[in-house]
Design a protein around this ligand. Structure first.
Ligand code: TXA
Ligand code: MG
Length: 348
């Protein structure tokens, strides 16, 4: 299959690009497009055959359900069987935006889209290109992250090209995304509502709005339970090299990373180091990358997946990363980093 790649600059929603994307989607094809979180791989969510193609293109396990993307509340009413009051409140505040909510599905949503579940995940993205593509494609677009299963989610079109060229019909290139980590997933079918995947809409933000909010216990570092979002059980977001996270106070972390790096280099390994603006100057050996500043962890969220992919290209054998705060968006950063590390943490 030849993949059409079309660029949209400065959000100039070139009508020919959007129309082409819409036509492919309405015909049951696959189109990757940018959202404010990560690039999504879209298909018509109400067409079971189209949704199935997503699983084949990504190499995704078929029990891992898809998120349906919409652009308005009328569309929500068609695909869910009830809208809990809390969902209404959360939608008013955080839609359009990086929040996905789980509802009971209505009968028009095929099981091929929900991985056989009676619930459906729904998100209303804010990205102008995403919204135009969803509308052009019929209004109900299933879209997982547009990466090969197991690789870091794509934060720019080049990442999608690396993984999916020749396997999908079209890529709409809208440049680098704004947030860089996948949306927060909130399950409202339980009391209190439960976060199944942390993201840019944080627990604190949701609690301010809804009162008590729980976090799926399976997300904690030492849990052996299966997570409630089926996709969270896979070793996702993984670079090819072995990643270790070093946690402690800043100067000790720098010292320990330098020590381990020297040791590995001595053994003949190629070592990658993930540092911050505050520390990169202190790393003396290895392939050192700056992931952002600790003053604003949104910068770290934005660069994380790109940095993991860059290390894949540079063929390092192991990666040593500093840890992050765990507050605000830092919580989502640590969730993804810990998974990428296969839970390998060194605590000082
Ligand atoms: O930011 C995002 O959410 C991006 C962009 C493209 O919108 N999409 C995304 O999709 O991250 P994906 O497929 O990579 O992740 C969807 C997650 C998976 O962990 C899946 O198991 C979970 O959502 N999920 C989907 N439907 C669910 C349901 N009915 N119940 C529980 N978890 C669900
Ligand atoms: Mg994904």
């Amino acid at each position: 299959m030849k993949t059409i790649i079309r660029k949209i600059e400065n959000l100039q929603l070139n009508s020919d690009v959007i129309e082409k994307a819409g036509m492919i989607l309405r015909d049951g094809g696959l189109v990757a497009f940018p959202t404010e979180t990560v690039y999504g791989l879209g298909a018509d969510a109400l067409n079971e055959e189209a949704a199935r193609k997503i699983y084949a293109a990504k190499g995704r396990p078929s029990d891992n359900p898809l998120i349906i993307h919409i652009t308005n509340m009328d569309a929500l009413k068609k695909i869910v069987s009830e809208i809990p009051e809390e969902a209404q409140i959360a939608a008013e505040k955080y839609w359009p935006g990086p929040l996905t909510m789980i509802f009971k599905k209505s009968s028009i949503v095929p099981y091929g889209t929900t991985g056989g579940l009676d619930t459906v995940a729904v998100r209303m993205p804010s990205h102008e290109i995403a919204r135009a593509v969803i509308d052009a494609g019929g209004g109900y677009i299933a879209a997982p992250s547009a990466n090969t299963s197991g690789r870091p989610s794509p934060t720019k079109a080049e990442h999608v090209e690396e993984d999916l060229t020749g396997r999908i019909d079209m890529i709409v290139d809208g440049g680098t995304v704004e947030i860089g980590l996948e949306s927060t997933i909130l399950d409202l079918s339980v009391t209190p509502p439960m976060i199944l995947r942390p993201g840019a809409v944080t627990k604190e933000m949701l609690e301010e709005l809804l009162g008590e909010v729980a976090v799926d216990a399976a997300l904690s570092e030492d849990s052996k339970k299966p997570p409630k979002a089926p996709g969270m059980k896979y070793r996702h977001y993984a670079p090819r090299a072995k990643l270790s996270i070093v946690e402690g106070n800043e100067s000790e972390v720098v010292k320990e990373i330098n020590r381990i790096a020297a040791e590995k280099i001595q053994e003949g390994q190629r070592v990658g180091i993930i540092g911050t603006e505050e520390t990169v100057g202190c790393y003396l050996q290895g392939v050192v990358k700056c992931i952002g500043t600790r003053q604003d962890e949104a910068t770290v969220a934005n660069r994380l997946y790109a940095v993991l992919r860059e290390f894949d290209e540079e063929d390092v054998d192991c990666i040593l990363s500093e840890a992050f705060s765990g507050d605000g968006i830092g919580n989502a950063v640590m969730n993804r980093l810990i998974k990428a590390a296969g839970h390998h943490m060194i605590k000082l």
